[in-house]
Each structure stands twice: as C-alpha cells, then as structure tokens.
Design a protein around this ligand. Sequence first.
Ligand code: TTP
Ligand code: MG
Length: 366
Amino acid sequence: MNRIIGHIDLDYFFAQVEEVENPVIKERPVLVCVFSGRTEDSGVVSTANYRARELGVRSGMPIVLAKKKLEGKEPVLIPLERGKYDAMSERVMQIVADEVDVLQQTGIDEAFFDITKKTNGDFAISRSFADRIKKSILESEHLTCSIGLGRSKAVAKLASDSSKPAGLLVIEPESTESFLNPLPVTKLYGVGPKAAQALEELKIRTVGELKASQFQDLEKKLGRSLAIYLQSAASGTDDEAVLPTREMPSQLSRIITLKRNTRDPVDALAQLGNAVSDLEERLTKQNVTYRTISAIAILTDLSTRTKSKTFETPMRTVSGAESSLLALFEELGSSVEKEFRRVGVRVSDLESNENQSSLSEFLTPA
Ligand code: TTP
Ligand code: MG
C-alpha cells in the first residue's frame, strides 16, 4: 500500500489571526511586530500578510525598514500576542488530529500527518480528505492553510510550501521525481544552515543534483546518517515515520458562525445542533469524559464571552448536558448588550476513559 503523508502549514499565521479578529484591516498591509521598546519603532516583524509581502516585507525584518517599504500604503502594525496564537493553534491542530491517523505537530502553525489507513493508500481519496480538513478549518476558525500530500515527509513539506497560499498540492508517486528534481536543495526538510553550506561547497543546488550526487562526497561532509537521509529524501523515498505528538487534548471545542445573529439562547442552541453532535463524536473518538462545559459567544463587536459550569462527576455526552448549556447561554444573553455573531461549546477538564468496557456503555450519559 502507498504511504500517504501530509504536511499542513497555516498561511501568514499570526497576521491572519489578526485579520480574522478585525477583518477591516484585510485590504491593508498587516504586520505583527515584536516591539523591543527602546524607541517607538525598534524591533522586528514577526510575520506579515501577503499584501505586505508583495511590497517586500519579510519575517525578521526591522520594523523601521518595513515601514519604509510601506510608505503611503497605510500599514497596520500590531504587537505580537503569543497567547492568542497559541489558543488558535491548539484549536486548529485539534481539528486536524481528529481527522487523521497520526499527527506530529512541528511548530505553532505546522504539522505532519499520516492518512495511509484512513484513505487506504489511495491518493484520489486523500485529495478529498485534505480538502475536507481545509474546509473545516476555514468554517470553524476562518483561517486558510496550505496542505501538501506525498509519499514521504520531505515530499509533503515541499508540496505544502509550493502550494502557498491557500493551496492543496498532491504529489502522486509517479510524479514525485519530476516535482522534486528542479527544487532548490535548501528547501528540503532536514537541510539546516550547516548542511546547506556543505551542499553549496559540493555545488549541489537542486534536489535532482542531490539525488545524483556521489554518496561518498556527501558522507565525507555530512556524516553517514545525514547523507543516507538526504539521498533518500531527494528521491522521495525517505521512510521517516510521522511521530504522534498529541496524546490527550486538554479541551475540545466547536465554534460556528450563526446564520442570523441572535441573543436568544434557544435559537443559539438550535443553530449549534451539528456542532454539539460533532463534539460528542470527538469525545467518543478520543475516549474521554469531561467535567466542565462552557458556552462561548462572540458578539457583533467581535469580543468573546464565556460562561462555564463544572459538574461533580465526569460527563460522557454533550447532549446529556443540554439543559446546563441552555442555562449558560441564557446567562450570556442576559449579561451582554450586543447580539451573538458566533457561538460555540467547549468541554474541558478532560479525563481518559480507557477502562470503559464497551462503546455502548460509553455512549450513555454518566
Ligand atoms: P511560518 O509558517 O514560517 O510563516 P507564516 O505562517 O507567517 O507564513 P506562511 O504563509 O509562509 O506560512 O511561521 C509561523 C509563525 O511563526 C508566523 O506567523 C510568525 C512566527 N514567525 C516569527 O515570529 N518569526 C519568523 O522569523 C518566522 C519565520 C515565523
Ligand atoms: Mg505558516
């Protein structure tokens, strides 16, 4: 069976989160900045939206220089707020983890995943699978990402890089070689600054040249294990496994955008219907119970309000806590001035339910 490995990377992540929070800035260059505080503009750009990138702004660029490049373009500079991006990252990674066989998160906005079993090694199925993940992230969190699929981690990563932004690139086994050969070797997963320097000294510039290079030369410069890896990665046959990084989630949540704004708790809950069953399914899949349930409302001014309730005993279903959820939405509705624009449910204080004897028992309320 074909191995099918994926790589997902969110587009201009920190800046995109800021755009989601405040969509009116979207048409302008958006820069998320780390201000050092010495002078008003000292510090560096953490990341920028594509509008700013078109005008020459890059991650790591001094803010002063970025501002110069954007003179007259009304840039929006936003101080980096790590906690916000961590929370978003957690929600997105959970969406992906719920869909795939194994997820290995490798950065705040990127991960490898294995979907060999899920798709039966069928690349046509894997494309619609990846499409579904993209749609799900867009619908739940309003974020775009890029996904690459291939028969190894190195191929998947190069495919997601090449498809940016908002892309999906599937490299089937028979087109792996023609895809890889012309790419710059520095883009290959596992080539750090030291290896890049060594390859440059050997005049190896493309992935194809790396594949065709003399093994002894590589081994002399980079050591045996890296040389073996690099040549297999260059031919798309590296067999590095996707190693699980997520054991137990700390919380599960689903947020939806309402078809019509409301402050009526019954209406909010009715519109949340599918999200509740979705969350229920995730609880079952993860085989966990929860102790705390939260009603989440994002208001028309985009501020977020939450009300929570903690139960004495672990809960197995969300529908079993529907009356509590309704009461929480009632509390929310009467405590705010504005209408709900998006609503959600979160369950937390999760506990593993490994000792559960049967699935049917698990599905009945505790
Ligand atoms: P990346 O995925 O490398 O960049 P990105 O998501 O902003 O853009 P792309 O569409 O090309 O994927 O990094 C993820 C986040 O990490 C990024 O949004 C901000 C942060 N970051 C820095 O703070 N400094 C840096 O030099 C880089 C590269 C990223
Ligand atoms: Mg990214």
